[in-house]
Structure formats: structure tokens, C-alpha cells
Design a protein around this ligand. Structure first.
Ligand code: FAD
Length: 551
């Protein structure tokens, strides 16, 4: 008898699972049940149609039900909803939404890939027609219709990756855009001193209200009058809610499958739910964080696709384990690329892991070759053994490849010492003989091997109030553009001759612009017996740190 597999949800995880199943087993009876009109569409591409960067929304349809059917010989039922799972009979009750008819289908194995739904934000007026989500093609078409009917002002709720992508694309489409965010920073997967680089870029492009939320939306002529918790009032034509997602686990819950954090579906390492004949993948499941082993929900397309593939293999008798998720993410925001992987400092503090960090601001490629930009990189690692725990990078050029190198290194549990050993591709338009990833490794290695002691921006105020000195070794020109209050100034080239001017017996934190010249200064002074530390990331990171605490 051919095995009969039903897959609920036909987009990222579900379509990937169905395709792999067919490649594994030509005789299986495979059905996809999808509530929406489309399967296998590129939800990640939705924001880019708003600006016309992807001019035709049909390009987002990777497969139509017909093309999927003909390529994979899979029964695809769109506009069908799985209503109930009867585990004892191994059947699924399905409603045909077009004909309003139900039927009961048997399965040998069932795969749940129902995704996540937009978090409903509880504000008065959240049901008004001009309040949208962006999860699928019909949502996209509704927003496009509003724009073509003259919407000129938009408010986006939530400053995560998707919120920012939507905001940028609406600005490019000519709308004036407000964003409101309950947290005190944008992009909460970054640490605040890194996220502030994005916030700085918003200025003049997008109006941002942090630490605030919508209280009320009222119809006001053809537009909406929004009142925020702070009392601020904003007139807009549409609101797009992008404030996070919740796992679609109602179906799993109603048939008694075990649920975990935020009501996500609990699966084992083989992606089996608490019922061994039911697998679950994608945004709806709780998985292991590959860095610290905690259970998390990380709604990302790569993990959903990989999980779909692994579930298919396991259904066909393999014993493949899903090795956890790192949360590797990237987005473009105007000229900036923002990427992160692994745990941030906030998570590490909560987890109790003894970690430390370095900041670097290396050039994306050789400075003498046109177009190089600064890559602001934060590397988090174990204090004891240098094991990599997380990375955040922002810059205008070359962010993606550095993040992907670091993601691979974190995945395979490598250390900062391993970063110094990497031989990466180099020619002047692409990198430098010492790649920014190598340089971050050197900075961390120097610290862990005790070659230089390191200080951080958050320590400066206490250091000064305790009688410590901050020595700035930049040029006069750089200092004129801003310096740490109270710092004393000896440019690096003059340090050896002017060393005697430094007050003796006091601890010194040395800074330059990025941390490189101050490292050299630390090496000079420490070999003369002075108590010195290098300010990691230099004045640049100090400035970001200070800006991040400004409202
Ligand atoms: P989905 O792909 O959401 O598919 C779930 C499907 O199940 C839905 O179509 C739903 O209709 C269907 N369904 C649910 N319940 C039932 C039921 N009872 N019966 C029948 N059908 C049902 N991730 C990235 O990594 N990078 C990005 O750049 C990125 N950008 C994104 C941009 C947007 C606008 C959105 C919305 C998401 C983005 N994501 C991105 C997230 C990524 O798309 C998801 O992580 C991924 O699609 C999850 O796959 P999934 O199979 O779990 O769920």
C-alpha cells in the first residue's frame, strides 16, 4: 500500500516537505491542504512589491497549484481548510472553502506547517478597513489597492525586520511613513548600541515613535486619526501591523498535541510532535536554539524549509535530526544592511552564560579601492574558551558574506581563535588581506590571551568618577568632531615622547575612533608599566552607546 501523507499548509515548510517526499518516494499519495489561494509563494518578497522593486506580484508565485501538481504529482487543494484532526482514526476533517463542503481524509502520516499569524494588537479601531497585515498575496493586493486609491500616509506598527522592509518600500513608493514601536529601540534582536545605527538612518526619511503604542484609531474622513499612548495624534491613510507573530497552533491544540512556549507545537529532534505519526515544522513549532539549547520560536524561512525537508526524510524512514536554529537574519534598510546571528547581549545576560564581547569597525574592502564602507561588527563569545555565541553587523557593503561566515562558524561551534585562522577570498574590490572577520578574531584573541585589556562604553562614566583617566589618541581634527567628555588628548604619533605627561598611578582607558590605534597605544603604555585598557570599538561605539540611551 502506498503511504498516504497529508500536509497542512502549502507555503515554506509544507511545500518543501511535499517536494522532498515525492523525490524520496514516487509511490506515496501526498496531499497539500492550503487555506489560502496560493501555495509556495515568496512571502519574504511581499514588501518589495509595494515599491515596485518586484514589479509583478505574479513573480512571487514560485509555483501555482497546477505547476506543483504537474512537477511533483502532489494533490494540491487550495481554499481548503483543515478543521479537525482525529488522531485515533488518523483522519483530517477538511472544509472546501469555495463549495462550503467538508470531507474526512485518512492519513498514515500528517505534517503540520500552518505557519504563524500576525499578533493582534489590542487597540480601539483595530478592525477598521484601513488597518492591514502583510502575510500573504491577498493582504498585499489590499494594501496596493489602498495606495492606488490615493493613500499617501502610512503608519507601521512594529520596528522589526518586516516592519522596516515595509517602511522602506512605502517610502520608495512615495508615501510618508510613521513607525511606532513599544520597545525603546528598533530591531530588538540587536543590542541597543547597534540598533541605533538604523535609527540614525531613519532621520529625515521616517518619523519614529519609540516606547509608544497605538491606543485608538478613528475614521477621519477618508483617513484615520490615530492616538498613541503618549497622547500624540497622527493622521494617516493606512496602518500596517507588523508587530510580530503567534504560532498557528489551534488545530494542534484541539487534537491534544503537546504545546510549548507561546503555544507553539512541541517537536522532538526528528520533528515529531507528541503523536509519532504527526510531524510539525516551520513558524508554528518550538525548536532548540542551537547556541544555548533553550527552547525558542524563531519564525524564519530557512529553518522552515530545512525542517520540511528533514520531516520528509524521516517519514520515509531516515533518522535525521534537526540541529537547532541560530536565528540568522538579514535585511536591507535603504543603503544599510543589517544582519545578526546567535544570541545578543540581552539574551546572554538572561541565560547566565559568562560571555564577553568586542566591537570592530573595519572597512568592507581595501580602503584604496573605491566604495569601501565601514562594517560595524559586534562579536559575542565565551570568556572561558572563546566559543562564538553571537554576532551583529551593520554596514553598506559586504555585510552578508561576513555574517554568513560567522553564522557557519557559530553553527559548527567554533571559537574566536578559529576566526584568526580563516583564509577568506581577497582582492581589493572585495576585502582586505585581513578580512573584517579575521580582524574581529584578532581583537577577541588579543583580549582573551591577555595581550590587551578591554573596556566598554558603559564603563566610562564610572571609570571617570572613580578617578580614572580617558586618553584619546586621535588627531585634533577628529577630536573637534566630538570626544568623550573629560578625556585628555595625545595623538598616537606623539605618545612615546609625551608619555611622561600622563598622571601616574591612575587607571587609563584609551580610545581612538574605532579601537585600532588605541590598541597600539595600549601596547606601548602597558610595556611601560601603565594600567591601561582599550575602549572596544572606540569613540564610534561610545557614541552609538550614548545615542542609544537618548529618547
Ligand atoms: P507559512 O509559509 O506562513 O505557511 C503556512 C500556511 O499554512 C499559510 O499559507 C496558511 O494559510 C496555511 N494554513 C494555516 N492553517 C491552516 C489550516 N488549518 N488549513 C489549511 N491551511 C492552513 N523569513 C526570512 O527568513 N527572511 C525574510 O526576509 C522574511 N521576510 C518575510 C516577509 C514577510 C512579509 C513575511 C510575512 C514573512 C517573512 N519571513 C521571512 C518569514 C517566513 O516567510 C516564514 O518564516 C516562513 O514562511 C514560515 O513557513 P511556514 O511553512 O511555517 O509557514
Amino acid at each position: 500500500m502506498p503511504r498516504k501523507v497529508i500536509i497542512i499548509g502549502g507555503v515554506a515548510g509544507g511545500a518543501s516537505c511535499a517536494a522532498r517526499l515525492r523525490r524520496n518516494d514516487e509511490s506515496a499519495e501526498i496531499s497539500i491542504i492550503e487555506r489560502g489561494e496560493h501555495i509556495s509563494f515568496a512571502n519574504c518578497g511581499l514588501p518589495y512589491h509595494l515599491s515596485g522593486a518586484i514589479p509583478d506580484y505574479q513573480d512571487l508565485l514560485i509555483h501555482t497549484p497546477e505547476s506543483f501538481r504537474s512537477r511533483f504529482n502532489v494533490t494540491v487543494r487550495v481554499r481548503h481548510e483543515a478543521l479537525e484532526i482525529h488522531r485515533e482514526k488518523k483522519t483530517v476533517l477538511i472544509r472546501d472553502l469555495k463549495l462550503d463542503r467538508t470531507s474526512e481524509e485518512p492519513y498514515d502520516q500528517l505534517v503540520l506547517s500552518p505557519g504563524a499569524s500576525s499578533l493582534k494588537i489590542p487597540f480601539e479601531g483595530n478592525q477598521l478597513p484601513a488597518v492591514y497585515n502583510l502575510r500573504n498575496i491577498p493582504d498585499l493586493q489590499s494594501i496596493m489597492k489602498a495606495i492606488s486609491c490615493g493613500a499617501k500616509r502610512a503608519l507601521i506598527v512594529g520596528c522589526g525586520y518586516i516592519g522596516l522592509e515595509v517602511a522602506e518600500n512605502l517610502v520608495r513608493a512615495g508615501l510618508s511613513v510613521f513607525m511606532v514601536e513599544t520597545a525603546s529601540q528598533v530591531l530588538s534582536n540587536l543590542d541597543p548600541e547597534m540598533a541605533v545605527i538604523v535609527r540614525n538612518l531613519m532621520s529625515g526619511k521616517i518619523k519614529l515613535c519609540l516606547s509608544d503604542r497605538i491606543r485608538k484609531a478613528e475614521q477621519n474622513g477618508s483617513g484615520l486619526l490615530l492616538t498613541l499612548e503618549s497622547g500624540r495624534q497622527i493622521g494617516v491613510d493606512l496602518v500596517i501591523v507588523g508587530a510580530g507573530v503567534v504560532p498557528e497552533s489551534m488545530l494542534a491544540a484541539s487534537c491534544g498535541l503537546k504545546l510549548g512556549i507561546r503555544n507553539s507545537i512541541v517537536v522532538d529532534a526528528f520533528l515529531r510532535t507528541s503523536d509519532p505519526d504527526i510531524y510539525a515544522v516551520g513558524d508554528a513549532v518550538e525548536i532548540e536554539n542551537a547556541v544555548d539549547g533553550t527552547r525558542v520560536c524563531l519564525p524564519l524561512a530557512g529553518p522552515a524549509n530545512r525542517q520540511g525537508r528533514i520531516a520528509a526524510d524521516n517519514i520515509c524512514g531516515a533518522e535525521r535530526k534537526y540541529s537547532g536554529t541560530l536565528g540568522t537574519a538579514i535585511t536591507r534598510f535603504f543603503e544599510l544592511t543589517v544582519a545578526s546571528c546567535g544570541l545578543n547581549e540581552k539574551c546572554l545576560k538572561n541565560s547566565g552564560i559568562d560571555f564577553t564581547k568586542v566591537y570592530t569597525h573595519a572597512l568592507s574592502h581595501a580602503g584604496y579601492y573605491p566604495g569601501a564602507g565601514s562594517l560595524s561588527l559586534k562579536l559575542l563569545f565565551c570568556r572561558a574558551d572563546g566559543k562564538l555565541l553571537g554576532a551583529q553587523i551593520l554596514g553598506t557593503d559586504g555585510v552578508d558574506k561576513r555574517m554568513d561566515v560567522l553564522a557557519a562558524m557559530i553553527k559548527f561551534k567554533k571559537t574566536v581563535f578559529d576566526l584568526t585562522e580563516l583564509e577568506l577570498s581577497y582582492a581589493p574590490p572585495y576585502s582586505s588581506a585581513k578580512d573584517p572577520v579575521n580582524l574581529a578574531g584578532y581583537a577577541a584573541e588579543n583580549m582573551l590571551r591577555g595581550i590587551v585589556r578591554v573596556a566598554y562604553p558603559e564603563e566610562i562614566d564610572l571609570h571617570i568618577s572613580d578617578g580614572g583617566i580617558v586618553l584619546d589618541v586621535r588627531s585634533q581634527e577628529e577630536i573637534s568632531a566630538g570626544a568623550i567628555p573629560g578625556s585628555i588628548h595625545i595623538p598616537l604619533p606623539e605618545l612615546r615622547s609625551k608619555m611622561a605627561q600622563l598622571p601616574s598611578g591612575k587607571p587609563i582607558i584609551i580610545n581612538c575612533q574605532t579601537g585600532l590605534r588605541s590598541y597600539i597605544a595600549c601596547r606601548i603604555l602597558s610595556q611601560h608599566g601603565l594600567d591601561v585598557r582599550n575602549l572596544s570599538g572606540g569613540y564610534k561605539t561610545y557614541k552609538f552607546y550614548k545615542q542609544s540611551s537618548e529618547p
